[in-house]
Write a protein that binds this ligand. Structure first.
Ligand SMILES: [Zn+2]
Length: 42
């Protein structure tokens, strides 16, 4: 499990985007875009 730094929700690694530059191989944001993360961008 991993916590998304964008929406703050804890989800499985499968829900996160692949980021090979990260030690765990997953980005810090989940795949949730549009609805959940749109409001974070000002
Ligand atoms: Zn998220």
């Amino acid at each position: 499990m991993k916590t998304c730094t964008k929406c703050g929700q804890t989800k499985s690694l499968a829900e996160f985007r692949v980021d090979r530059q990260r030690p765990d191989g997953r980005g810090s944001w989940c795949k949730l875009r549009g609805g959940g993360h749109a409001r974070c961008s000002r």
